[in-house]
Design a protein. Sequence first.
Length: 258
Amino acid sequence: MTVLELINVTKEYPVRRLKKPLFQARPTFRAIKKVNLTLKKGESVGLVGESGSGKSTLAKLVMKLESLTAGSIYVNGHHINDKNMNGRSLYKQLQIVLQDSSSSLHPKMCVRDILLEPIQNYFPNEQDVEQRCSILMNQVNLDSSFLRRYPHQLSGGQKQRVCIAKALAAQPTLIIFDESLVGLDQEAQLEMITMLKKIQEKQQISYVFITHDLHSTKLLCDRVAVMYKGEIVEIFSDWDVNQFQHPYSKLLFQTLMD
């Protein structure tokens, strides 16, 4: 089953100039160039590349935070611009976990209330919300006592776990992680990776990991898509440098080995 499909996805931005030339079209910058990618149920795909390569812009297009210039994006077989794919319907299927966990958590809401928000939004008939919150805490390896805490009482790793629990509360088929593990030390990253793999095996959720860190990508992902200047220049699953075709992929791999 295909959870996410990108077909010739393109995004252009107008180039701002002090004076627009007469009788000429406004020049544009193509940030994303005919990207094609598919993601199966229960699969993890890493999206790697240097800063400015288009990784986060691509995530914004999938999340409908930016509009498509051309191409198509399908989530569970439905085009994201279909009338039945309104915000609530789309975000029930698709969640995102950002690098800055603090900005994703309301400072005046305790963890219980943070988790209740998506539960009540997507499952208004849920009977035992307290048990559901405790289950979510257990999934991200936090004790239920954390439900009474506020974001300022949590460490960076604990905040990130709460953000993941908040995403899981919607019971999505796909979660996008945008540089979500960058701020964690190596031990915390390894713990998080082990936890995410366990969740994925149990629930068959698909993951997209946007990162420039190939170390965590190698541990987490079934396939890796390399982005360079707005294009996916290579997709690989075998970490054999001799099989890479694009010079940038070889450079990334060499960085990993150093």
